[in-house]
Design a protein around this ligand. Structure first.
Ligand code: AKG
Ligand code: FE2
Length: 197
């Protein structure tokens, strides 16, 4: 991990987490939000739980290099190619030595859209995955919960921010983006990942 990230590291036990609140300035972040909103083929996917289909409470779009495969909640997602805005963001991550080959995009229409407790620990991500999460639009609470101690950490992910989860973070911690009834504006989140074949 690059030396320049160290000053952004959070003091959270059993984790390697960096948070850069102003990774993009506001104008740049506004522009990325608008472009991604229009460029990506957002869809409300479904998951199967105990044989029953449920629509997930947000819109998603999955992008990656040719041949990248990913299974999410037992559903194999078909990777689409990179859109221009996604390519620019990937390029910007290179400056931090981050070289993802795929990205999961989530569109939370308002505070009633959410993501439940999970870990990004699919075997395709390897043992100590590096997840680079870009947030655009409405600020939302992102909650981490330690699997053994139940310790909680709440991060308010700002417009234009970058959160990097690395090292043993996915092993020891789960995370979620809970509903927030008072939030009326939309948010886009991009989790850039490296998928091994
Ligand atoms: O929207 C967020 O900040 C979290 C997204 C997330 O955890 C994921 O895509 O795996
Ligand atoms: Fe996640």
């Amino acid at each position: 991990m690059l030396e320049r990230l160290i000053k952004h590291q959070l003091t959270v036990p059993d984790s390697t987490i960096y948070y850069l609140p102003n990774w993009c300035d506001t104008t740049t972040a506004d522009r990325f939000f608008e472009r991604l909103k229009h460029e990506l083929p957002w869809e409300q996917g479904e998951v199967k739980l105990f044989g029953k289909s449920h629509r997930i409470p947000r819109l998603q779009s999955w992008h990656g290099d040719p041949g990248v495969r990913y299974t999410y909640s037992n559903v194999e997602l078909q990777a689409q190619g990179w859109s221009p805005a996604l390519l620019e963001l990937r390029e910007k991550l290179l400056a931090l030595d981050l070289t993802p080959n795929a990205v999961l995009a989530n569109y939370y229409r308002d505070g009633m859209d959410s993501m439940g407790w999970h870990r990004d620990n699919e075997k395709e991500l390897g043992a100590r995955p590096v997840i680079a999460s870009v947030s655009l639009g409405a600020e939302r609470d992102f909650i981490l919960r330690h699997r053994a101690t139940q310790q909680r950490e709440v991060l308010r992910l700002a417009h234009g921010s970058l959160l990097i989860m690395a090292g043993d973070t996915q092993h020891y911690w789960e995370h979620a983006l809970p509903k927030r009834a008072r939030v009326s504006r939309p948010r886009i989140n991009l989790t850039f990942r490296t998928i091994r074949s």
